[in-house]
Design a protein. Sequence first.
Length: 177
Amino acid sequence: MNSNEHTSQTLQSLDELISALSEGERTTYNHIIHSLKLPTNAFEKYSSWSDECYTRNCIANNDKFELILICWCKGHRTSIHDHGGEECWVKVIEGEFKETIFKKDEIGALNLVKSTISKLNEITYMKDFMGFHRLENVSNKKSMSLHLYAKPIRKCNIFDEKLKIFVNKDLTYNTTA
C-alpha cells in the first residue's frame, strides 16, 4: 500500500499512522496527521505522568520522523523554544492547549505575536521561521498531545526567562516504546 492509499482513508491505529509516515515523504505528513482519528484510549500504553512536569513519551523515532505523546497535568507548560530547524505538528488528543508564538525584534528582544487555543483533534503547525512558541495545558485536567517532528529533534533552543537568553538543550524522553 503506498502512502496515498493510506491517507485517502482515515487512519484508525497508531500502527497505520507509523506505516503511512514511514512510507510517505515530508510533504505528505500534514495530510497524514490530519487523517488520524483515534480515541484517547489508543494512547494509554504510551502515557506516563509526572506532577512536576509534562512527560515526553516516544512512540516512534527514525531518521525521517519522530512521534511523541506528551502528557500534561493541569498548568504544565513548555519553555519558549524553537524546533532545531525541523517542522512540528501538534494534535490535541485530550484537553485544551494554549500556544503562544513569539518573535525576536531587530535588537533581539522577544515579543509576543499571538496566542491561540487548540481543542480536541485540532492540529497546529510550527517551523522556526514562524518564531518561537510555548505550549500550555489550559484544561482543568490531565491532557495529551501528539507531536510529529520531521525530522527528529535532538536539540533545541529554549528561552531562559531569568537570564533572558536562549540556551541549547539536549532533548530526552521519559519513556520509549
